[in-house]
Write a protein of this length. Structure first.
Length: 798
């Protein structure tokens, strides 16, 4: 006990004596721990798919269909009732053990009203997907309640994700709840029969967070809502893929179709290889900060060894054993690492709370779960502690091998290769993260231009977007909200992908207008994005410049994208300038516009319409609330309270920040940019602290040499060259590795955001110049400091 108290006193003394270095070590280790913990937690969502654990996984084949008359086809024919009935006829092919089963259908939004035990009523906007009732059981999706495979669904059965079930019902068991689902394709009365576990992001052809329901048998599915491109079957043991292909082709021949088969294991193996490489790179990048922090911490500890050489020598002379010395230094290490762990836990808790905000719900539901950061940080902290203690033990072992206490391995060595290597790694990490940050800044700028992000977004950041179609009395709720004292004005605004009859009927126009668009082969080119509002206040609010036609009726009209209108004129579409939207209302073309804020630059985004119709104000369930100057937060609180008061059954928020809603395409890149800024600042700070400590130690230990050189006429620039030569070589070597790493990152990012391009030369060069400039400034300051000391005083002391 006395030894423990003594070690604690010594550790506290050193921590307080070198508090700046200690604080830097704690913060850098904590950020490194929580960064790696977040990376690990996120990458756990990329585990193997559920079907990998099924005994028939090796015999699962994917069937795609194409026309017999086509020699080559980029896109398969999607599944319909005729194909399913043909494959299933007479009990199905003899070589099929299970199937055919189809993956989920079209992912469409809807409102679901849940009623549990006739009392608890909840409403939530979610993605609702029609599903082949055999598919969850076939791919091995597990129940979060029993842990067993989800049973084959019956007609009108539904299953929901574990996170959504907790959000809706809390700790109550939701099984047995009745569901009234409202979608664009109709209304359904469903029964919740199970809750499925969180799925892997590698699950084949299935959304990871949706309400899945079985409206009917697969062959009776409406092809408009069941948009599946393939079927899965299990091959019988002893049968060959060639037999399967021949049997299915025989059944499809009357339909003029042929089948293409692919082993699911082969396809997933390729995907797993790509995922494994991506995960390894992500782990490597995520561990760089922790590596830099560990290097800085260990370098600080070894420097303390040098500065405490007399103390260690005296302890050895007085009979201190290796274990006693180790316990003294280990106590300090344990205290610092524990401090870093507690800081990491606080950071992890803040990250989890931050990601739980409503504006991130859509992204986190699609990217999986980030949780248990405290546990992962603890494991990482223990590993860091063991590593640091092991290195301290090795250093002490070398010290204690010497017989003479005053020479206890503390003499200055002229071989600093290990120290310089570690310093080079830190410099490389700093250059890498700084370069990555500057690359992301350039990308954000390019993507902002691509998505027509306005330069001044303050008005949109101070506004709310409301979706109140789930309200029991939408008109009452709207009237209450738009008359709140914090609301300056309201603007009815909604949008959808709708058909424009005159354009859909002209096949020649559609082919010419959509030629060269990368999404034209995947989307129905007869439908267009149409924004609907009640008056021109929407145009003024978003600063949309309109080229109005003379004497145009601006109260009820339709506006057309300028480029699309030129195509219409070339192909003589709607020569009377009247367009019919979705076979319902007709509107006169009153003008053209060039672009709309927050829309992309693909044709599918640019080719759009704006409908101005006064009746939109009467039944509006989607609208914008603009706050009075300086009252946005008060308006947000008042809106949430009013919704909670009038619509207590609604679970998912009806309101969201307008800017966040409009700029969802920028969200991932902006998050990456913010993370990169944090990592760049932290890594640069760790590197500069280490360099400062190293240069300070070098100048202190070589004071006599500097004094002699100064007496012999050496100038400041000569001493700077003496110390700067080594760091210049270290920086140049680190620069080579950092540039290669930054170029690899640029290549990966350019494949992800391939719609824009940047030149990486400037951001990479800037990061190198900044890091080297900081290093040069530190060396110059330390040299200038030592040059101010009178050399005669130094020589007299020595």
């Amino acid at each position: 006990m006395n030894m423990l108290l003594h070690n604690l006193k010594v550790a506290l003394r050193n921590i307080l004596k070198y508090k700046v270095q200690t604080l830097g070590s704690i913060l850098s280790l904590a950020i490194g721990m929580v960064t790696l913990a977040v990376v690990h937690s996120f990458l756990l969502n990329f585990r193997m798919a559920s079907i990998n654990h099924e005994p028939y996984y090796d015999r699962v084949y994917n069937l795609r269909f194409d026309s017999i008359q086509k020699h080559q086809s980029e896109n398969s024919i999607r599944i319909n009732g005729d194909i399913v009935r043909a494959v299933k006829a007479n009990g199905g092919p003899r070589c099929i053990e299970q199937g055919p089963y189809a993956p989920n259908g079209t992912l469409t939004g809807g409102w679901a009203e849940f009623t549990l035990s006739g009392k608890t009523r909840r409403k939530m906007q979610l993605d609702a997907v029609p599903l082949d009732r055999h598919y969850p059981n076939f791919v091995g999706i597990r129940s979060a309640i029993t842990g067993e495979k989800i049973k084959v669904l019956g007609p009108h059965d539904a299953i929901i994700n574990e996170k959504q079930a907790k959000q809706i019902f809390g700790d109550k068991n939701p099984v047995g709840a009745s569901i009234r689902l409202t979608k664009n394709y109709g209304n359904y009365q469903l029964r919740l029969v199970d809750v499925y576990q969180d799925l892997s992001l590698t699950e084949p052809d299935i959304s990871i967070s949706a309400l899945f329901y079985s409206p009917c048998e697969l062959e009776d599915m409406d092809s408009d809502q069941f948009y599946a491109g393939n079927l899965y079957v299990v091959l019988k043991e002893g049968c060959t893929p060639q037999q399967l292909k021949a049997e299915v082709n025989g059944r499809l021949k009357p339909l003029g179709l042929k089948v293409k088969i692919e082993k699911l294991k082969d396809r997933l193996s390729k995907e797993y290889s790509s995922v494994a490489i991506a995960c390894s790179i992500t782990y490597l990048i995520g561990s760089l900060i922790l590596l830099a922090a560990i290097i800085g911490f260990l370098r600080m500890q070894t420097q303390l060894f040098r500065m405490r050489r007399r103390e260690i020598s005296l302890r050895i002379t007085n009979g201190a054993t290796r274990l006693q010395l180790f316990s003294m230094f280990a106590t300090e290490v344990v205290m610092i690492v524990l401090g870093a762990y507690f800081v990491a836990v606080l950071m992890g808790s803040w990250i989890c709370d931050y990601l739980a905000r409503p504006q991130f719900a859509e992204v986190t539901s699609e990217l999986g779960t980030i949780s248990h950061l405290y546990l992962y940080s603890l494991v990482i902290g223990l590993v860091v502690m063991m590593l640091c203690l092991a290195i301290i033990w090795v250093v002490l072992s070398r010290i204690c091998k010497h017989t003479q206490a005053l020479e206890s391995g503390m003499r200055r060595s002229h071989n600093h290769w290990f120290r310089n290597t570690m310093l080079g790694v830190q410099v490389m990490i700093s250059m890498f993260f700084l370069g990555v940050t500057f690359c992301l800044l350039c990308w954000v700028g390019k993507m902002a231009d691509f998505n027509h992000i306005p330069d001044d977004e303050r008005a949109y950041e101070q506004s709310l977007y409301l979706q109140t179609n789930a309200a029991e009395n939408g008109q009452r709720l709207r009237d209450k909200l738009i008359h709140l004292p914090q609301v300056e004005r309201w603007i009815p605004y909604s949008w959808g992908v709708l058909q424009v009859n005159e354009l859909a009927e002209n096949e020649e126009f559609s082919k010419a207008a959509w030629q060269g668009d990368p999404y034209a082969s995947y989307n129905n080119v007869t439908s267009y994005k149409i924004r609907i509002t009640s008056d021109t206040s929407y145009l003024d609010f978003f600063k949309i410049k309109v080229n109005w036609k003379p004497k145009a009726n601006r109260k009820k009209c339709i506006l057309v994208n300028e480029e699309l209108y030129k195509q219409m004129r070339q192909h003589h579409v709607a020569p009377n300038d009247i367009l019919t939207v979705d076979e319902m209302d007709s509107y006169q073309i009153a003008g053209t516009f060039q672009s709309i804020p927050y829309q992309g630059s693909f044709k599918i985004d640019i080719y759009s319409f704006i409908v101005i119709d006064p009746k939109e104000a009467y039944g509006a369930t989607h609208y914008i609330l603009v706050a009075k100057p300086g009252e946005y937060k008060e308006m947000q609180i008042a809106v949430d309270r009013m919704i909670q008061k009038l619509e207590p059954a609604v679970v998912k928020p009806m309101s969201s920040n307008l800017r966040d809603y409009m700029a969802r395409s920028m969200f991932a890149l902006e998050i990456l940019q913010n993370i990169a800024w944090i990592l760049a600042i932290v890594s640069l700070a760790i590197c500069l602290i280490s360099i400062f400590s190293t240069v300070m130690l070098d100048t202190q230990t070589r004071k006599k040499e500097v004094a002699i050189r100064k007496v012999n006429g050496a100038l400041t620039k000569d001493i700077t060259k003496l110390f700067g030569r080594t760091y210049l070589v270290i920086s140049l070597i680190a620069m080579v590795f950092a540039v290669v790493a930054m170029l690899l990152f640029h290549i990966v990012l350019s494949q992800t955001f391939d719609m824009v391009e940047i030149n990486p030369a400037f951001p990479i060069s800037l990061s190198v110049v900044i890091v080297i400039g900081f290093i040069a400034a530190i060396i110059a300051c330390q040299v200038r400091k030592i040059m101010k000391v009178d050399p005669s005083e130094i020589l007299a002391k020595e």
